[in-house]
Design a protein around this ligand. Structure first.
Ligand code: RFL
Ligand code: PHB
Length: 420
């Protein structure tokens, strides 16, 4: 045999296996969940509440998963689900209820009173990091299995009654035999990539800009969120608590985070705000800074035999309107209900309609996020007339009650039975 070091790692493992000296283990569970982001963890918790076993395999460490700063706004449907999963206590204590948000354009701010316009509905400002931490803590407290740092995760035989998930850890090859695979592994995951190419259709729009986000331990500039359309580009003033702010700026896709000093960020944010906000803005050192690309993306269908996709594994929305995590939560609700019905009521009805039910809700949220993104961002290719159209639409929205209600009811989230 040639020098083993010259062989690719995978081939080396295969050879060791053939020689019979690679340790292997096989475990059995009902549902193998790939990905320990909010979708995978929430699914695991809801299944556990119903007495269904699941193992989660995650390729990163728990700390890494918690270090990703993402969503900040939860819809009522998501809040209810976290309560149902038994992890809502801290969220109710620390989360901030918001009944409105501001639209800033042509240098002036206008409040959308979501609460009044939707008959009493609100959203909750509570970071995805905290949601994830609450779910992780609950999983650990219940002694439920999560495999972090699982390498080379692969899904097999999901077109049969006996699907399997394999992964490598500590030089060992592990197999999980299961009834179902839940692909909760995000946009870059392995599950969607493993679906047969002739059975999957993908719809995608990539936007010609990204969001530069800064997290800072400074009091928020305003008690509610401000979405700003300025000729210099979009800006968003969000928050995580009364002492922690989250701000975003529209930046060219070619920008690198290293090019943006804290000073440059604050100066540009100030430029995009109204005089009052500019005056109230408290700046400080960033504790996180990153650039996220924006895309609209949907996979159809979301079921492949006994493998289901949920959350960012199946769809991405641009973050304008804060729908991503909320959509992931409703996928998980439909999926957990379908799996619970399968075991408890011996029916496959929920499984058979999973994809269709999710996609109806997903396309509505995709449409809203695309529309809100198109309304609020600067598109130089549309010229001055593009800015004029945006200003006119914003002017209509804030002065027409039906216009304001349309944005409010989409922002708080359409009811689960909308259109049924
Ligand atoms: P995640 O969070 O990406 O988690 C997937 C997990 O799967 C793991 N993984 C694998 N594990 C094993 N084997 C493999 N081969 C694997 N490949 C991947 C990953 O390591 C990861 O841990 O998807 P999930 O759980 O579906 O959750 C979706 C949400 O994270 C996402 O939709 C939101 O963050 C989107 N989003 C927002 N959503 C909201 O509802 N409200 C908001 O205010 C909001 N703001 C945002 C956002 C997303 C943003 N970015 C950065 C894209 C703001 C931003 C800037
Ligand atoms: C956030 O706080 O991260 C956030 C809030 C609202 C959005 C997007 C992101 O629309």
């Amino acid at each position: 045999m040639p020098d083993g070091q010259a062989l690719p790692k995978l081939a080396f493992i295969v050879l060791r296996q053939l020689n019979g000296d690679t340790p292997m283990s096989t475990t059995r569970t009902q549902v193998a969940i790939v990905g320990a982001g909010p979708s995978g963890l929430l699914l695991g918790q809801l299944l556990h509440k119903a007495g269904i076993d699941a193992i989660i395999v995650e390729r990163q460490t728990g700390d890494y998963v918690l270090s990703r700063i993402r969503a900040g706004v939860l819809e009522q449907v998501c809040i209810d689900l976290l309560d149902e999963a038994g992890v809502g206590q801290r969220m109710h204590k620390e989360g901030l209820i918001h009944g409105g948000f501001d639209l800033l354009f042509k240098g002036a701010r206008h409040r959308i009173d979501m609460n009044k316009l939707t008959g009493g509905k609100n959203v909750m400002v509570y970071g995805q990091t905290e949601v994830t931490r609450d779910l992780m803590d609950a999983r650990q407290a219940a002694g439920l299995p999560t495999v972090y740092e699982a390498g080379n995760v692969q899904v097999h035989d999901f077109d049969s009654q006996k699907p399997r998930v394999t992964y490598e850890k500590n030089g060992q090859l592990h197999t999980i035999e299961c009834d179902f695979i839940a692909g909760c592994d995000g946009f870059h995951g392995v599950c969607r990539a493993s679906a047969p190419k002739n059975a999957i259709k993908e719809f995608e729009k990539v936007y010609p800009f990204g969001w530069l986000g800064v997290l800072s331990d400074t009091p928020p500039v305003h008690h509610e969120l401000i979405y700003a359309n300025s000729p210099r580009g979009f800006a968003l003033c969000s928050q995580r608590s009364e002492t922690r702010s989250r701000y975003y700026l529209q930046v060219p896709l070619t920008d690198k985070v290293e090019q943006w000093s804290d000073e440059a960020f604050w100066a540009e944010l100030r430029n995009r705000l109204d005089p009052e906000a500019r005056e109230h803005l408290v700046t400080g050192p960033s504790i996180e800074k990153s650039i996220a690309p924006l895309r609209s993306f949907v996979t159809e269908p979301m079921r492949f035999g006994r493998m289901f996709l949920a959350g960012d594994a199946a769809h991405i929305v641009p973050p304008t309107g804060a729908k991503g995590l909320n959509l992931a939560a409703t996928d998980v609700k439909y999926l957990s209900n379908a799996i619970i019905e399968f075991y408890q009521d011996k029916t496959e009805a929920g499984i058979d309609t999973y994809s269709e039910r999710c996609l109806r809700r997903i396309w509505r949220a995709e449409r809203f996020s695309w529309w809100f993104t198109s309304l609020m961002h600067n598109f130089p290719e549309n010229g001055e007339i593009g800015q004029k159209f945006q200003d006119a639409e914003l002017d209509y929205l804030i002065h027409s009650e039906s216009g304001s209600r349309t944005i409010a009811e989409n922002y708080v989230g359409l009811p689960l039975d909308f259109g049924d």
